[in-house]
Design a protein around this ligand. Structure first.
Ligand code: C2E
Ligand code: MG
Ligand code: MG
Length: 401
């Protein structure tokens, strides 16, 4: 059975661009600019459908409904020019219909993102791209590996503010690649690449090491914020991790209490069973465990209850829109209650304005993080920032006691 990638998009320019990208990637593609025509095409299980959500005549949601009636088994990647919440609700709907939605892509679509979802979401192996064109991926695994070895990976730190008094309760370490040619690269440009191979384990170990070194420098100055580090599921599932981390901490005379490990909801649930063992052992050793980007994955409540998380981080998409969108407000409110009922501290990330900060405080959210307080910054700036009192000022203004 040969595999086709089927593009369904009314926009001629987008579909041509996608077709060119797929050609570069060495994939066979078929384009439909009208959904009615696509629905008469017979799909096989190996096919992958790239489906635009917003089309005239029949929109993507109706197409999904029809595909569900046809018991379609092809994998589906949703495309949309709208914001992520539209994509997300369409994805939820499709999964409720038992369709195999493997990824969502926001427009404009970039080559690297397309390749990444085709590889990870549909398990297309590298060899299935018969491409010898060197522009993809943007970086190779070898380049990233040597960047790690040459200490080009750096951490920036973003403050997390205690909403009871505006004090700095912790910082989140966010990876940056200080590339000699391209300057400072953001995680979106390299974490995905690392996650496609074992390199993520080496990279995560390096990031943890950098974060702990920084904790030690700060501790010596009498500055002891809790350190949150993003951990990929592949790292967590390696069974030796609790011992390794404990050893790294005891070498620095620190305890697990100083370290919060953030795992994203979607990343984790695929690996839940294997990771449950490690996660439980990490909690037993006193490490904090945080469920990141909560609300964007599909964890059921029972799964959430089984994993011993100590912190819940509400995804920034809900936080950012909670002031103007009643549904987002309801989700944030429910997440805060849920987190508290399950004995977790709740962090809202992506706090960008004062009105949202007031609402979060009213809803008794514990911790806030976002550009309103500060963007992620290098360690020396963060240390200076901690003395400027911005967190206290904002909380005094926006959060009536
Ligand atoms: P995350 O862990 O959810 O991190 C929060 C992201 O939101 C950061 O982007 C941060 O700069 C951004 N952010 C914080 N406040 C605001 C705000 O008020 N408004 C807006 N628009 N954005 C805000 P960043 O640094 O680009 O990181 C993106 C993602 O990359 C992270 O999401 C995390 O999933 C991943 N990542 C970052 N560092 C690492 C790492 O060391 N290891 C792993 N495995 N993943 C990492
Ligand atoms: Mg995080
Ligand atoms: Mg997050």
């Amino acid at each position: 059975m040969s595999r086709n990638i089927i593009v369904v998009d009314d926009d001629i320019q987008t579909s041509q661009l996608l077709q060119t990208m797929l050609e570069v990637l060495g994939c066979n593609s078929i384009v439909f600019n009208r959904a009615v025509e696509f629905l008469t095409h017979s799909l096989n299980e190996e096919d992958i459908v790239l489906l635009d959500l917003v089309m005239p005549e029949i929109d993507g949601i109706e197409v999904l409904r029809t595909l569900a009636e046809q018991k379609c088994r092809s994998r589906i990647i949703l495309l949309s020019g709208y914001d992520d919440s539209v994509l997300h609700s369409a994805e939820t709907l499709a999964l409720a219909h038992d369709l195999r939605v493997v990824a969502c892509l926001s427009k404009p679509i970039h080559m690297h993102a397309l390749q990444r979802v085709l590889m990870s979401g549909t398990r297309l192996s590298g060899e299935e791209f018969q491409s010898d064109v060197s522009i993809v991926p943007l970086f190779t695994k070898e380049q990233l590996e040597s960047a790690v070895l040459n200490h080009q990976i750096e951490l920036h730190y973003q403050p997390q503010i205690d909403l009871s008094d505006g004090s700095l309760i912790g910082v989140e370490a966010l990876a940056r690649w200080n590339h000699p040619e391209f300057g400072l690269l953001m995680p979106a440009q390299f974490i995905g690449l690392a996650e496609e191979s074992d390199l993520i384990i080496v990279l995560t170990a390096e990031i943890v090491r950098l974060a702990l070194d920084q904790c030690q420098v700060w501790n010596n100055l009498g500055f002891r914020p809790r350190m949150s580090v993003n951990i990929s599921a592949d790292y967590i599932t390696s069974l030796a991790v609790p011992e390794q981390l404990s050893e790294m901490l005891s070498n620095k005379a620190m305890s697990g209490m100083n370290l919060m490990l953030e795992v994203t909801e979607s990343n984790l649930m695929g690996e839940l069973l294997t990771s449950l063992d490690t996660l439980t052992r990490l909690r037993m050793r006193g490490f904090g465990l945080s469920i990141d980007d909560f609300g964007t994955g599909y964890s059921s409540l029972s799964q959430l209850h089984r994993v011993p998380f100590s912190e819940l981080k509400i995804d920034q998409s809900f936080v950012q829109s909670m002031e103007r969108d009643g549904d987002s407000y309801a989700i944030v409110k429910t997440c805060i209650r849920l987190g508290h009922e399950l004995g977790m501290e709740v962090v809202a990330e992506g706090v960008e304005d004062e009105a949202v900060l007031s609402m979060l405080s009213e809803l008794q959210c514990d911790i806030a993080q976002g550009y309103l307080f500060a963007k992620p910054m290098p360690a020396p700036e963060l240390y200076e920032w901690s003395y400027a009192g911005r967190g206290e000022d904002l909380v005094r203004e926006c959060c009536p006691a």
